[in-house]
Ligand binder design. Structure first.
Ligand code: HSE
Length: 346
């Protein structure tokens, strides 16, 4: 039998979609040499940046060139241009749907519909879209299992830094009764910059420019994004059944430059800490700014870097520190998940 050529359809060509395609453009040969992974990116659907379908495979370098020069891919030289996202989910010509549209934590849409449709049509789904996973993980997982396909979402927590795959796969067999850490890049970046003297507004603008912030940055600064990640950790890693309403949540909007300086004067730093605890088989979660001592392991996690400590039975505390947001960083999570599908299917 010849080697499988994975046919990939991408829904959403914003920060994460572009980061992923950039990685593909630079790693195509490496992916084959190292992992015997062959693929064709056959479709991109994005109502703003442009859509294109070519069964022969799109040219990643050309796509990036167009984005850099024109800000969209509408003048891509080949293929069918009127393809929409639902066609990608239902197409018989696609094996893996990558869903990277902007997150909506209230409705999960449009991602939720995309993921449901793709799974129903027997496609593997890889996503970094937090809303659908936080809102409907049990339903989506059941659907994936029924159809014998994989639903993978490493990029929803800590971008490409292993968190879900680390706890579920690399540490399979342990019990985890507490997870604690910094899970939002934008707020950690803002707090870091404020310490350097930058105003809150300037720091937020910079975080947006660097592609860390959500489309609506209120989701970051009010703690919603961190709360959503806490829900995902609670339900996926610790077997909880909580919703975002169950998370005790406070953001960083009330923190002033004076608060940041005052903390520092007292040998402390303000960090937005997410915590998930399992006690008597009940899981509860919180997200709030806390003053922690400079000697605390999380105190020196700066900028858009994130960190998570898993408290396990067999290993004690296990901590991972790495990027928590960013285009290529989240694109890496998509790649990791696709390579896992390839590995499990080989
Ligand atoms: N807005 C998110 C953050 C992106 O700042 O962490 C990554 O989930």
């Amino acid at each position: 039998m010849g080697e499988k050529v994975w046919r990939i359809g991408l829904i959403g060509f914003g920060n994460v979609g572009q980061g992923f395609v950039r990685i593909l453009a630079s790693k195509k040969e490496v992916l084959y040499d190292r992992y015997k992974f062959r693929y064709k990116l056959v479709a991109i659907a994005d109502p703003v940046k442009g859509s294109v379908y070519d069964p022969e495979g799109l040219d990643e370098k050309k796509l990036i060139e167009l984005i850099e020069k024109e800000g969209n891919i509408k003048s891509y030289p080949r293929g069918k241009k009127d393809i929409d996202s639902l066609t990608v989910c239902r197409s018989g010509d696609i094996d893996i749907v990558v869903e990277v549209t902007p997150t909506n934590v209230e409705t999960g849409e449009p991602g939720l519909t995309h993921i449901r449709e793709a799974l129903k049509h027997g496609k593997h789904v890889v996503t970094s879209n937090k809303g659908p996973i936080a809102l409907a993980y049990p339903e989506l997982k059941r659907l994936a299992d029924e159809k014998g396909v994989m639903l993978r979402f490493e990029g929803t927590v800590l971008s490409g830094t292993p968190s879900l795959n680390l706890s579920l796969e690399a540490m399979a067999g342990v019990d985890i009764n507490k997870i604690e850490g910094i899970v939002n890049g934008t707020t950690n970046f803002i707090l870091t910059k404020m310490e350097e003297g930058m105003s809150y507004e300037e720091a937020l603008k910079e975080a947006q420019r660097l592609g860390y912030a959500e489309a609506d940055p209120t989701a970051d600064v009010e703690g919603w994004d961190a709360a959503v990640k806490a829900v995902i950790l609670a339900n996926v890693v610790m077997g909880g059944e909580i919703t975002i309403k169950d998370v005790e949540r406070e953001g960083i909007t009330k923190i002033t430059l004076e608060d940041v300086k005052d903390a520092l004067k007292n040998g402390q730093r303000i960090k937005l800490i997410a915590r998930v605890i399992k006690e008597d088989n009940k899981v509860r979660a919180s997200v709030k700014p806390e003053r922690i001592s400079l000697s605390h392991p999380l105190a020196n996690v700066m900028g858009a870097t994130n960190a998570l400590t898993f408290y396990t039975d067999h290993l004690g505390p296990v901590t991972i520190i790495g990027p928590g947001a960013g285009r290529v960083e989240t694109g890496q999570a998509i790649l990791t998940d696709i390579l896992a599908i390839h590995r499990y299917s080989s």
